[in-house]
Write a protein that binds this ligand. Structure first.
Ligand code: HXC
Length: 260
């Protein structure tokens, strides 16, 4: 067996599914689990048959956070020297879109993992939160930054400083998640796979350019971001898919993208 803490599959055309699989620990994100996740992500990023990825957990828990039992006895010099958790953000270097399908607990590092993904789809049972303050620490996987950029300072402060959970409905109304699906076991994964399949049916070059452009909105000034968008937009005129997409529209037929 290739992996111990995750499951991988290709549930639909062009779609890769990674399922966190430490059910007894509510998918607590141990270092070995994250190493496997990163490996699988890179593998699917390099796989030409894949256009979009979905990360999910179980119905009960997307992930209940970083592994508290693993962290408990670590010292400052150890976490500093070993760059503890730095490799988590490798996920943000993946070029293909990643959808988080969240059901149940997405707490601490689990919430941060979802926030690192490009799109979050949630089940009505999803429970988000940054409870690190209750453990005597603060979020360390980007929670303070990504939440602040998404839901603003006051809400982020409240969540980070009180450690209270927030619901799927709150997450949707604040723009943290793109969609709350209907109730039902496995429903959130079905919806995410469907969305990933739709994305995978588009031209891969344009999809990856689109992801890069949107991400630039979080990394740069408006002027820089607009410039980046325009450069990427201009660049797409060098692709076959642009000729095909616009040609197909003019000829009233369905585009057949070749991802080139
Ligand atoms: C290690 C965990 C865990 C975690 C749950 N478990 N969360 N182990 N790390 N983050 C384990 C429990 O110890 C228990 O193991 C088993 O999973 C089932 O959990 P229970 O607590 O028995 O379940 P329940 O009563 O249903 O409560 C669910 C829960 C609770 C509310 C989600 O488990 C909980 O509060 N978990 C911790 C949430 C948290 O604080 N997350 C933030 C972590 S810090 P046993 O062996 O007893 O059966 C963090 C920092 C990130 O993420 C910083 C950098 C990214």
């Amino acid at each position: 067996k290739q992996y111990e803490y995750i499951l991988t599959s290709k549930p639909a055309d062009g779609v890769a599914l990674i399922t966190l699989n430490r059910p007894k620990a509510l998918n607590a994100l141990s270092s070995p689990l994250f190493a496997e996740l990163n490996k699988a992500l890179v593998e699917f990023d390099e796989d030409d048959s894949i256009g979009a990825l979905v990360i999910t957990g179980s119905d009960r828990a997307f992930a209940a956070g970083a592994d508290i039992k693993e962290m408990r006895d670590k010292t400052y010099s150890e976490v500093f020297k070993n760059r503890f958790l730095e490799s988590w953000s490798d996920l943000t270097k993946i070029r293909k879109p990643i959808i988080a399908a969240v059901s149940g607990y997405a707490l601490g590092g689990g919430c941060e993992l979802a926030l690192m993904c490009d799109i979050i789809v949630a089940s009505p049972t999803a429970v988000f939160g940054q409870p690190e303050i209750n453990l005597g620490v603060i979020p360390g996987g980007g929670g303070t930054q990504r939440l602040a950029r998404t839901i603003g300072k006051s809400r982020t402060m409240e969540l980070v400083l009180t450690g209270r959970n927030f619901s799927a409905i709150e997450a949707e109304s604040w723009g943290v998640v793109s969609k709350v699906v209907d109730e039902g076991e496995g429903k959130v994964v079905q919806e995410a796979v469907k969305m990933a399949g739709l994305i995978a049916s588009k031209g891969k070059v344009a999809v990856q350019a689109g992801k890069e452009a949107v991400n630039d909105a979080y990394e740069s000034s408006l002027t820089e971001g607009l410039k980046s968008e325009r450069r990427l937009f201009h660049g797409l005129f060098a692709t076959h898919d642009q000729k095909e997409g616009m040609g197909a529209f003019a000829e009233k037929r369905k585009a057949k993208f070749t991802h080139s």
